[in-house]
Design a binder for this molecule. Structure first.
Ligand code: ADP
Ligand code: MG
Length: 503
């Protein structure tokens, strides 16, 4: 049976789905409204009807049963109350995925396997949450891939020529900014470093435009503008106009008055200059951290809808001292790369000869984007009391897959238990107050032993961005293990998606 392989870019503001055709070319699948990208907005019409996409977007920010930007909350316990029922970011994401899935299946039959992309800087919990959302939507997802890696994969594929050297993938979308440095050598793609600002994107630019409009409205009418009279959707439309024109005219007719305002590109660009400065610092850091300079880069590749803004292109050129490159639609590259990745990961017997050929050109290796450690007691030689500190096992930038084992020891005679935990941090950090505990467990030990018994701790991180951790008491071989992956049921959705009609 022919398989139907798809890649899904589950974006903060827009999502896209792409499919690998029989010739091995990834193609974007339009949604049932005929659009190549679908706003990641979910609107509850009633207890059993949900609308996803453009129609929902038109009332986003105005209607209380319409939600967006939940990708920013993935892995957290944020709740959304609708018709007396609670939803979490995972369930909202699964509605978006269901819409993409159903629209694709209408014309192309059942999806056999999907890859969903995630930001390189997503914490482990958010990665798991994404997998659970996919499962809830009824998608078979065995693999996830970092967004910049997917974009690089598509770039390598579509450029046709053999790539060699170091590339920057600059991704500025609606909700997040990501910058990744990638090494390509022949068919190998390796992510050298990745950084970002998790709450910076086109959304913030829209908000700045709303601020400008509110000020102007107040100045002209003496009254406060109501949010429903100039919505986020309106702001986005005018922001896009300012990407190609020097000014935009905004008509507002509200109960408080009818006015026509004008916002110039210059006013808008001034209002976002501090946000852009933040992206520039992040770009400098990502190179500094791996001791590279802009001269080491072959190309800067633009991804994400906001890179259509001339001021962003200017900023990138200023930082990297080189004209950046765009290939195809910047908001499609991630989904297209993901479709190639499904094939790359899929059993070759499921692929057509041409599909096999398309992926034979690439080989991908990724790195960890966080530090992972565990809390240990460091004995202080002068006092008998120990100091509890974070001890790193897996370092940021470690090539995947990796497995690291460290030896620790029990502290006191007759010790009957050790606390086992897994920590995550963005920087190398000893203070436990500054790291996030992503798991806590215990290991019971046999009684009656002297101090200083060997405890082996192993963290293994695979290409699929999931981690297994084990804590072993060597003498008794007793162990505690945790699989921080798809099998972990810590995060759940409280919905049965089949109870809903999703359009
Ligand atoms: P995501 O962050 O969800 O991955 P995208 O990469 O699709 O999103 O980028 C979406 C953002 O790009 C939105 O904020 C959208 O307004 C913005 N955008 C798209 N086209 C333009 C344009 N022509 N000018 C300015 N911003 C744009
Ligand atoms: Mg994106």
């Amino acid at each position: 049976m022919m398989s139907n392989l798809v890649g899904i870019d589950l974006g903060t503001t827009y999502s896209a789905i792409s499919r690998l055709d029989d010739n091995g070319n990834p193609e974007i699948i339009d949604n049932s409204e005929g659009q190549n990208i679908t706003p990641s907005i979910v609107s509850f019409e009633n207890e059993s009807n949900v609308i996803v996409g453009n129609v929902a977007m038109q009332i986003y920010g105005v209607d209380e049963n319409t939600f967006g930007r939940f990708k920013r909350e993935m892995g957290t316990d944020k709740e959304y109350l609708v018709f007396d029922k609670k939803y979490n970011p995972v369930s909202l994401s699964s509605f978006v995925l269901k819409k993409l899935k159903e629209d694709c299946e209408k014309n192309h039959g059942a999806i056999s396997e999907a890859v969903v992309t995630i930001p390189a800087n997503f914490a482990n919990e958010a990665r798991e949450a994404t997998l659970i959302a996919a499962k809830t939507a009824g998608l078979s997802v065995k693999n996830i891939i970092n967004e910049p890696t997917a974009a690089a994969l598509y770039y390598a594929y579509s450029s046709g020529e053999e790539l060699n050297g170091i590339y920057a993938i600059y991704d500025l979308g609606g909700g997040t900014f990501d910058i990744s440095i990638i090494k390509v050598k022949g068919s190998d793609i390796e992510v050298l470093n990745s950084d970002g600002v998790s709450r910076l994107g086109g959304d913030d630019f829209d908000n700045k435009l709303i601020e400008i409009v509110m000020k102007k409205f107040k100045k002209q009418t003496g009254k406060e503008l109501d949010p429903e009279d100039f919505t986020k959707n309106d702001a986005e439309i005018h922001k896009k106009t300012l990407s190609s024109r020097d000014k935009t005219k905004i008509r507002i007719s509200s109960t408080k008055g009818r006015v026509v305002l004008e916002v110039t590109k210059e006013e808008f660009e001034n209002s976002i200059s501090r946000l852009i400065a933040q992206t520039e610092i992040t770009c400098e850091n990502v190179l500094d951290e791996i001791k590279k300079s802009v001269n080491d880069l072959n190309e800067i590749i633009l991804v994400g809808g906001s890179t259509r803004m001339p001021s962003i292109v200017k900023s990138v050129e200023k930082v990297f001292k080189k004209k950046p490159k765009t290939f195809g639609n910047p908001d499609e590259a991630v989904a297209l790369g993901a479709a190639l990745y499904v094939a790359y990961k899929s059993d070759p017997s499921n692929l057509t000869p041409l599909q096999k050929r398309a992926i034979s050109k690439v080989n991908i290796s990724d790195v960890t984007t966080k530090f992972f450690g565990t809390s240990v007691v460091k004995m202080n030689s002068e006092e008998s009391e120990g100091l509890v500190q974070n001890d790193i096992l897996i370092r940021k930038g470690e090539k995947l897959p990796c497995s690291i084992t460290k030896d620790y020891a029990t502290i006191v005679e007759n010790q009957t238990r050790i606390d086992c935990d897994v920590t995550e941090s963005n920087v190398e950090e000893k203070e436990l107050d500054f790291v996030k505990k992503i798991w806590e467990g215990k290991l019971d030990l046999p009684p009656g032993r002297p101090a200083n018994q060997q405890i082996k701790v192993t963290f293994s991180y695979d290409e699929n961005q999931t981690m297994k951790c084990s804590f072993v008491d060597v003498e008794s071989n007793k162990k505690t293990e945790i699989n921080l992956s798809l099998d972990n049921e810590n995060i759940q959705t409280d919905i049965d998606i089949n109870d809903f009609k999703v359009d």
